[in-house]
Design a protein around this ligand. Structure first.
Ligand SMILES: [Zn+2]
Length: 372
C-alpha cells in the first residue's frame, strides 16, 4: 500500500490519512467557505466563512471516521481482525482482514455504519435546536453536520455491493439462499447497475452545464463499478481457496541450510545455483529461521565472509507459520497481511514444506483454466 500518515491509534486500530484525503478536505472546506455559507449568510466576513468551513469539514471527516470505527468495533466484537482505518479521497475505509464467515456477522458489521451516521446526525440536530438562537455560525455548522450525516447514511445504504447497503443485501440473500457466491453475484450486479446509473447521471449533469459535479459523480460511479467487480472476484477466489489445504499447495522440495554458514557461502553455494529467493535455516533438523535475498542484500560485500546466516535471518519466533491442514484462505491471508514472501508449513515443530505466493496463485490459475 502507498504511504499514509498515522494520526492516531484507537482501540488498537491505526487511524491513517492517505495523501489523497488532503484534496477532498480542501475541496469540502472550499465548497463550504466559498459557496455554502456565503449563500445563506451574505453578511459574514471571509475569515469567518473560512474558519467555519475548515472546522465543519474537520467535523464532517470525524463523523466519517466514527462511521468506520463503528464497523470496526463490531468487527472486533465478532472476532475479526481490524488493521486500520484510512481516510482517503472518497471517504473512509476500514481494513478488516477477513470476510465474515456468517451472514449475521456481515449484517451487523455493515448495518452499524449507516446507523451510527444517523445517530451522529440526530446528535447534531439536537445541538442545532439548542444553539440556533444563540449563535448563527454554530447553528449553521450543526445544521450542516446534521444533514450531511443523514445523507451519508442514505448514500451508504444504496443496496449495491460493496457499499454497506449492498453488504446488508448480500447478508440477507446469503441467509436465505445459503450460498455466499450466489449472494455476492446478485449484490455485485446490483452494485454495477447502480454504478452505471451514477455514470449516466454524471453525463447528464455535464450536458446541463454542471461540469464539475458531473465529473465527480462519474468518478464515484467508476470507483463503485470497480469495487463491485473486484469484490465478486475476491469472493470466488476465497471460496476456491477454502477447499484446498496448505499440504496440497506447499512444495516439499526445499533445502535447509545451517545457521553457521557465512553469507558468502550462502551466495556461492545456494543462491547462485538455485532459483529460490529464500532458504530455511535449520540446525540438526530444528528450524531456526528463514533467510531471504533481502536479508543478504543488507550485508555489505566486504562483510559477507565474516557475517553468519544466523545473524541475518528472520528468527523462528518472528516467522509466520501455517500447519498442513490450514486452508488456502488462511495461507493467503498470512502471506498478504504480514507481507511475507515465504511461509513454512510446520507440524509438531517440524518443517513439512514451504509455501510462497506464486504457489497459491498457480493453483488458482490451474483450477480456473480447468474450470473446476
Ligand atoms: Zn460504511
Amino acid at each position: 500500500m502507498r504511504a499514509s500518515w498515522r494520526i492516531a491509534r484507537i482501540m488498537g486500530i491505526d487511524i491513517n490519512i492517505d495523501p489523497s484525503w488532503l484534496i477532498i478536505f480542501a475541496l469540502v472546506s472550499w465548497t463550504l467557505a466559498g459557496y455554502y455559507f456565503p449563500r445563506q449568510f451574505p453578511d459574514w466576513s471571509a475569515s469567518l466563512n473560512w474558519l467555519l468551513g475548515v472546522v465543519t469539514a474537520l467535523l464532517f471527516f470525524a463523523s466519517v471516521l466514527a462511521h468506520e470505527l463503528a464497523h470496526s468495533i463490531v468487527a472486533k466484537w465478532q472476532g475479526e481482525e481490524v488493521r486500520s482505518i484510512t481516510l482517503f479521497l472518497l471517504g473512509g475505509v476500514a481494513q478488516i482482514t477477513e470476510e465474515p464467515d456468517k451472514p449475521s456477522k456481515e449484517f451487523f458489521m455493515a448495518v452499524v455504519g449507516p446507523l451510527s451516521s444517523i445517530a451522529i446526525g440526530i446528535v447534531f440536530f439536537i445541538i442545532w435546536l439548542l444553539v440556533r438562537d444563540v449563535s448563527q455560525p454554530l447553528g449553521a455548522l450543526t445544521q450542516y453536520l446534521a444533514i450531511i450525516n443523514v445523507v451519508l447514511a442514505v448514500f451508504n445504504l444504496i443496496p449495491g455491493f460493496p457499499m454497506d447497503g449492498g453488504r446488508v443485501l448480500r447478508a440477507l440473500l446469503w441467509k436465505t439462499t445459503g450460498n455466499l457466491q450466489k449472494a455476492t453475484r446478485i449484490a455485485s450486479t446490483t452494485g454495477q447497475v447502480i454504478a452505471f446509473l451514477f455514470i449516466i447521471g454524471g453525463i447528464v449533469q455535464i450536458f446541463s452545464g454542471l461540469i464539475f459535479s458531473g465529473i465527480w459523480i462519474i468518478f464515484i460511479g467508476w470507483f463503485l463499478h470497480n469495487a463491485a467487480t473486484v469484490g465478486y472476484r475476491q469472493v470466488v477466489m476465497k471460496e476456491m481457496l477454502r477447499e484446498v489445504r496448505a499440504k496440497d499447495l506447499m512444495s516439499t522440495d526445499f533445502e535447509t541450510i545451517p545457521s553457521n554458514l557465512s553469507i558468502q557461502q550462502l551466495i556461492d553455494e545456494y543462491i547462485l545455483k538455485r532459483r529460490d529467493r529464500a532458504f530455511l535455516v535449520a540446525d540438526r533438523g530444528k528450524l531456526k529461521g528463514i533467510i531471504c535475498l533481502e536479508n543478504v542484500k543488507a550485508v555489505p560485500p566486504e562483510k559477507r565472509s565474516t557475517t553468519l546466516v544466523g545473524e541475518m535471518m528472520t528468527p523462528k519466533e518472528k516467522l509466520e507459520v501455517v500447519s498442513p491442514e490450514d486452508d488456502g484462505q488462511k495461507v493467503l491471508t498470512r502471506l498478504t497481511v504480514k507481507n511475507v514472501g515465504q511461509l513454512p508449513v510446520m507440524e509438531n515443530d517440524k518443517v513439512k514444506g514451504i509455501l510462497c505466493r506464486s504457489d497459491v496463485l498457480h493453483h488458482l490459475q490451474v483450477r480456473q483454466e480447468l474450470g473446476v
